[in-house]
Design a protein around this ligand. Structure first.
Ligand SMILES: Nc1ncnc2c1ncn2[C@@H]1O[C@H](COP(=O)(O)OP(=O)(O)OP(=O)(O)O)[C@@H](O)[C@H]1O
Ligand SMILES: [Mg+2]
Length: 229
């Protein structure tokens, strides 16, 4: 099976005066194409840090990250930016949508940033994606600031899919949602994994989400343990 992301001896520490806080301690991990991985662990254990390193939002202090066998530290900044736009879709707890834009505009934005498609092509794709995530047509042109949390997260997932990435990285995507909407979002991510063959990695505190996954990574004291369920 193809390795999509590889972490090799990744260590991440922060300096606080003379003190060195080691968040990730010599972690190696292979993420395979089509994986649906749930990342769990106590608050402050390093889940977000690990997701940010996978997505090149943060650099490891030591060790290497590989995307499709390419060491990220050999890429130029513009290559990394392009890779991030095309290959990795990010989903956050707080959605990070642009509130003054409509659902359609939010999803179009990363497509237009890529500068490979016309505005009408981007609109067409964005509409398709909004339908896939279950947003009603009559809401496409509404400002996202008028959407519920569950709806905003659906739009954020559509945006994450905008440039047809191989990987979706989600940091506590259900953290602000009630049980019903959490279930909808997780089922949606699961469906995207199965039907669109996206590699998905989700950090969560919710043990119910782990039930959707066959691979659970626990992170604690800087180390990970991989559990097959
Ligand atoms: N920029 C930073 N400077 C210093 N310390 C940091 C920085 N970013 C994260 N940390 C520390 O790294 C550790 C891991 O943080 P991280 O956000 O990855 O945890 P987490 O597992 O995502 O927690 P939560 O479940 O609360 O989201 C914490 O102790 C945090 O204080
Ligand atoms: Mg976190």
């Amino acid at each position: 099976m193809k390795i999509k992301v590889k972490l090799k001896n990744v260590t991440k520490f922060y300096k606080n005066g003379d003190e060195k806080i080691i968040v990730l301690n010599n972690i190696s991990l292979d993420i395979f194409e089509g994986d649906f991985i749930v990342l769990m662990g106590p608050s402050g254990a390093g889940k977000t840090t690990l997701l940010f390193i996978i997505s090149a939002l943060e650099k490891p202090s030591l060790g290497s990250v590989f995307w499709d066998d390419v060491p990220v530290d050999t890429l130029t900044d513009s290559e990394i930016q392009r890779y991030k736009l095309k290959k990795i879709g990010l989903v956050f707890q707080n959605y990070y949508l642009i509130p003054s834009m409509t659902a359609l505009e939010n999803v179009c934005l990363p497509i237009l940033l890529l500068n490979e498609y016309s505005e009408s092509e981007a609109m067409l794709r964005a509409k398709e994606l909004l339908s896939i995530v279950g947003i009603e047509k009559n809401r496409f042109n509404d400002l996202v600031s008028r959407f519920s949390g569950g709806q905003m997260q659906r739009v954020a997932i559509a945006r994450a899919l905008a440039n047809n990435p191989d990987i979706i990285v989600a940091d506590e995507p259900t953290g602000n949602l009630d049980t019903k909407n959490s279930k909808i979002i997780i089922e949606l991510l699961n469906k995207i994994n199965r039907d669109l063959n996206k590699t998905i990695i989700i950090a969560t505190h919710d043990p119910k989400i782990a039930a959707f996954s066959d691979k659970v990574i626990f992170i604690q004291d800087g180390k990970i343990t991989l559990n097959y369920i």
